[in-house]
Ligand binder design. Structure first.
Ligand code: FAD
Length: 317
């Protein structure tokens, strides 16, 4: 009967999708251990978040009404206090920017082993088996953690949990050591790229090296406009300075899960696929029928993008 403490992730007043995926991953664990799933929400509009995260599988939701944005010291203190209060064995959190910031400190404070970026979790007796990828997704490893442990999970690996649930909601009697809070978020400033978040897009028109020249991006912009889609790209496009870094999909870019992902002139290298394989429908346009992207595409168009893209734009118009 091993209990699990899952910690939600949010930014600028919105829950991240990975918080809903976290519930699925943690529910699967409690189904295996027979324990309870405790879900912790720290900061932000906690009541609204608790309502949204009252999903199937969650037994108790704990809220810590402390600040609107992520704060390293508050998160470390809140997670360790709640972990000890509920006597959970496993802490599970997203492998997000926030998660990578505070979760190692939680593991350190609790003196527990930490496994990051999990793509699979299995609990059996007192052993937690964590599947992780290495070498840019070429190898999957399994790591066995005996006893209590802390884990971060990769986004877009588990489906989002659904509601409604029947969890009770409790406010944590949290004692904050104010003196230990060394930093505060004072605001957000968008980076170049106009603050576009490709991970939130429903339709992505993604372009790769097949576009050949920067000026050819014009046909991609036209297609994106008629589809009301967001433009993303593979790494060489960012390396060439044709699109900003926040448009890059992949291992060293962003993980995306749109309804439709159009991969145009993209070969489908493992580092790219790591970022888009969770898309609902993948459409690939490529002159090479043997390009790896053609194997994972739901619709593979074996043709020249300079013919196909303008034709698609015309059709959708
Ligand atoms: P290419 O592999 O050159 O493919 C171009 C494709 O366009 C080919 O399949 C070709 O057949 C097709 N093509 C050419 N002309 C046309 C045409 N006229 N019409 C239709 N199709 C055409 N890459 C990422 O994307 N994201 C990452 O996050 C990332 N991280 C990395 C991290 C590491 C540590 C390393 C080592 C690499 C990383 N890479 C990443 C790079 C990755 O290995 C590939 O080099 C890259 O994804 C290739 O991009 P591409 O598919 O656009 O280019």
């Amino acid at each position: 009967m091993t209990d699990v403490l899952a910690v939600a992730d949010h930014r600028q007043g919105s829950l991240r999708d990975v918080s809903f995926e976290l519930v699925t991953a943690a529910t699967k664990l409690t189904e295996q251990t027979g324990g309870d799933l405790h879900l912790l929400i720290i900061g932000g509009p906690v009541e609204e978040f608790a309502e949204k995260l009252n999903l199937q599988g969650v037994d108790v939701i704990y809220t810590v009404d402390e600040g609107m944005e992520f704060n390293h010291d508050i998160y470390v203190q809140a997670v360790t206090q709640v972990y000890e209060a509920v006597a959970a064995e496993y802490v599970v959190a997203p492998n997000s920017v926030n998660g990578l910031d505070y979760v190692p400190a939680v593991a350190n404070t609790l003196n527990l082993p930490l496994a990051t970026d999990a793509i699979g979790l299995d609990a059996n007796d007192a052993t937690l088996t964590v599947t992780r990828e290495m070498y840019g997704g070429k190898v999957a490893t399994t790591n066995e953690l005996d006893g209590p442990a802390v884990v971060t999970i990769r986004g877009a690996e588990w489906p989002m949990a659904e509601g409604p649930g029947t969890a009770s909601v409790k406010t944590v009697d949290f004692s904050l050591d104010e003196g230990s809070v060394g930093s505060r978020v004072t605001g957000f400033r968008e980076t170049t790229g106009g603050g576009v978040d490709i991970s939130e897009a429903d339709v992505l028109v993604s372009i790769g090296r097949g576009i050949d020249e920067e000026e050819n991006l014009a046909i991609i912009r036209e297609l994106a406009e008629v589809l009301d889609a967001t433009i993303s790209c593979s790494r060489p496009i960012v390396d060439s300075g044709w699109l900003p870094k926040n448009r890059q999909v992949g291992q060293s870019g962003k993980v995306v899960t749109p309804d439709v992902y159009l991969a145009i002139g993209i070969s489908g290298a493992v580092q790219h696929v790591a970022g888009m394989k969770g898309s609902d429908a993948i459409v690939a346009i490529n002159t090479d029928p043997d390009a790896p992207i053609m194997d994972i595409a739901d619709y593979a168009i074996h043709d020249d993008l300079f013919d196909v893209v303008p034709a698609l734009t015309e059709q959708f118009q």
